[in-house]
Design a protein around this ligand. Structure first.
Ligand code: ADP
Ligand code: MG
Length: 685
């Protein structure tokens, strides 16, 4: 890697400015593409000028004077064989006035505007011509214009780029045979075209599919893919506990379940079991649509670690979900004589200390909590498996940092990462290339798809009548979700509280509960317990119930201001109902007026039940950041490529990535270093 300070004329100030643009190396400079181009390759005749032209003209000054109007300005009339144009300068020094006197020959570049009397160039860039000497050559190619700050001007960029082309070898790390196979443009040619196109080519560069742009996008995606891939390979060098056992506990759990596992659940369990028996740490992503039954898969995985004498930590994104998991796992595992504990922030200091002691001594086998599980003072006795539920709510960095936690004497815990947010394949191939994937592609039998209706909130009364019917005549339960739409959290919670009060007024015969993120864990727990025990008919909630909450008796979900939520989020929320055999309903209320885009988005949710299809729409409409969760945007810090625009490239990226990774280690490392600066930091374990 050659750093920019090796270029001529680069001082500390310039370095500082370039660094602000994330430019550190010569390669960075080359991949910093122009915003647009100016055509200084030809001179336009004055008679042919049109308003809006960005163009170069040449002529002789015929007259020059200073005008004192509202604003003082220097005006010159420039003339060529065909016509004239007015040059106007508002800021000028006496020297300029002196230089631009009649008879002076001038070459100017600027935008042609309509003035009071004639066409004008305001503050053109200009160059005095001296015909007794030779006239300067015209540019051979278009002049690139870079996005920059006021402290760094275009000439610096031009000089540096020119130096790089003149002095440095631009190494193409993609082996020629592979490049040929994919018909990729050589790197040097691609950057040259992008920085210095001819006017014919420039017109085609607006097309993102131009071979020069494709070349760079491909290389960038390739580098990202390989960086994650090499993290993975590194990990394989580490040891994990071989969790080999007779499966007695698993059999005991299965025997007490009221349902049979689906074929999909069985097959992912086989994949997980094989991993757990290996001496390498498992890194497995378990994807399964909402309600597909991931929790029991987690429990079965946990039992295999526990039977082998190891502890298991389960991390959930919300207190609410971690509490529910504690309830579920206790119910499943206590009959097997296994101790489960909930590590929550709401414990008293004394209780927390006691809990930590039981974790350290190995007395408890299964520990459930939020990310607080991984605070410094939490020490495990012998951690064999980490399960992360609803991974999309955590950042990728958090996930990778977890790998360190629980490392004892060079033995790393296995990791099972579960998510209901389906990750479209194109994205999974890049952002999650370090994980093996298992998919539960079937729902437990007897589920009836949720019927979804979309209506304006002016029809609230009908909805309220519906709730009354469901909760009284049908003895079912319902959720009313108020998404957080105000800027301030306090206002948001007020809105939820007010909604609960209003609904209680309209539905005096129903028992209504309220849960939101600001409540104390204990209070939340009480409300959820009451809802599960069917003591409450209707639960008014913020989106805290989005993930994981599992109360099969509820069959009606109302989501207010649905147009403000992401598709994946709506799908998750809707997944809270339809968990039993009865027909469930989801009502999406929207605020009028509704834009066309919002209308079609709500239509997508109404008409689709497959989380993968919905996530694909989300990806198309809102981009990868939304699908992965905003906190994860960092992982794909792409400069040129775009996972949506360039999704056709992914298959080749994966294929070629593997070949380069296996056969060309030096090129592989060079590509990663060239493109993924932050990438290697989260790789250290
Ligand atoms: P998710 O994948 O969204 O986490 P859960 O694990 O919460 O789904 O499961 C949803 C519901 O389905 C739970 O009530 C669970 O007990 C039930 N369930 C899981 N597997 C099966 C199965 N094979 N047959 C019937 N019900 C199942
Ligand atoms: Mg779940």
């Amino acid at each position: 890697m050659v750093t920019i300070d090796s270029l001529h004329g680069v001082n500390d100030k310039i370095i500082e400015q370039l660094n602000k643009l994330n430019i550190y190396t010569i390669d960075d400079m080359l991949f910093y593409l122009p915003l647009r181009y100016e055509d200084r390759t030809k001179i336009k005749r004055l008679a042919e000028l049109q308003v809006g032209d960005n163009t170069m003209v040449e002529g002789t000054i015929q007259a020059a004077e200073v005008k004192y109007g509202k604003k003082r300005s220097l005006i010159c009339i420039l003339e060529d064989d065909t016509g004239t144009i007015m040059l106007r300068f508002f800021h000028f020094y006496p020297a300029l006035r002196e230089a631009l006197k009649p008879g002076t020959k001038l070459r100017c570049f600027g935008e042609v505007r309509q003035g009071y009397h004639c066409l004008e160039l305001v503050h053109p860039q200009y160059e005095l011509l001296d015909y007794s000497n030779s006239v300067p050559d015209l540019a051979e190619h278009l002049t690139p214009i870079y996005r920059t700050s006021s402290k760094l001007n275009q000439t610096v960029f031009h000089s540096l780029i020119d130096q790089i082309f003149a002095k440095y070898e631009i190494i193409d790390y993609i082996p020629e045979a592979l490049r040929f196979k994919l018909n990729l443009m050589p790197l040097r040619e691609a950057v040259q075209i992008l920085h210095h196109p001819t006017s014919e080519i420039a017109a085609t560069l607006t097309d993102e599919k131009h071979p020069a742009k494709i070349r760079l996008a491909f290389e960038e995606l390739l580098a990202h893919h390989m960086s994650i891939y090499s993290l993975r390979a590194n990990l394989n060098k580490y040891n994990a506990a071989k969790l080999d056992n007779a499966g007695t506990l698993v059999q005991a759990l299965l025997a007490q379940l009221s349902f049979k596992l689906t074929a999909a659940q069985k097959s992912v369990i086989t994949e997980i079991t094989n991993d757990l028996r290996s001496a390498n740490p498992m890194q497995r992503l378990l994807q399964g649509d909402v309600g597909s039954g991931k929790t029991i898969v987690a429990a079965i995985s946990a039992l295999q670690a526990i039977e082998s004498g190891y502890q298991v930590a389960i991390m959930a994104p919300t207190e609410l979900l971690s509490e529910q998991h504690t309830r579920t796992f206790t119910q499943w595992l206590e009959p097997l004589d296994i101790k489960v504990t909930w590590l929550t922030s709401s414990l008293t200091k004394k209780k927390r200390e006691q809990t930590l002691a039981t974790i350290l001594s190995g007395e408890v086998a299964l520990i459930i909590g939020t990310h607080a599980l991984f605070q410094k003072d939490v020490e495990f006795h012998k951690l064999g498996l980490i399960i992360v539920d609803e991974q999309h709510k955590f950042g990728v960095h958090q996930r990778l940092a977890l790998r360190n936690k629980g490392n004892q004497a060079g033995i790393y815990p296995h990791q099972l990462i579960m998510t209901a947010t389906p990750i479209p394949r194109t994205l999974a191939m890049t952002a999650y290339a370090d994980l093996d994937t298992s998919i539960i592609d079937e729902l437990p039998p007897g589920r009836t798809p949720v019927t979804t209706v979309v209506m304006p909130n002016t029809r609230r009364d009908e909805v309220i009548a519906r709730i009354k019917n469901v909760c009284t005549n049908e003895a079912r339960q319902a959720y009313w979700v108020c998404p957080l739409i105000e800027e301030s959290e306090t206002l948001q919670l007020q809105a939820a509280e007010e909604t609960a009060i209003k609904l209680q007024k309209s539905l005096p015969e129903l028992k209504i509960g309220l849960v939101h993120s600001r409540m104390k864990s204990k209070e939340k727990e009480q409300v959820m317990d009451a809802f599960i025990a069917k003591e409450l008919h209707l639960l008014v909630a913020t989106t805290v119930i989005e993930v994981g909450v599992d109360v099969p008796n509820s069959s009606l979900m109302i989501i207010e201001n649905a147009e403000r939520l992401g598709l994946a989020q709506l799908h998750q929320l809707r997944g809270r109902v339809g968990r039993g055999a009865v027909q469930s309903y989801c009502v999406l209320l929207y605020q009028l007026p509704l834009s066309e885009v919002s209308k079609s988005r709500l239509g997508i949710i109404r008409d689709n039940h497959d989380g993968f299809v919905i996530a694909q729409y989300d990806l198309d409409i809102r981009g990868p950041g939304e699908v992965l969760g905003t906190r994860q945007k960092g992982i794909m810090n792409l400069r040129i490529a775009d996972v949506r625009r360039n999704k056709d490239l992914i298959n080749d990226v994966v294929e070629i990535g593997k070949i380069i990774f296996d056969n060309y280690p030096e090129q592989c490392q060079a590509l990663i270093q060239r493109w993924v600066k932050e990438g290697l930091n989260y790789g250290t374990i």
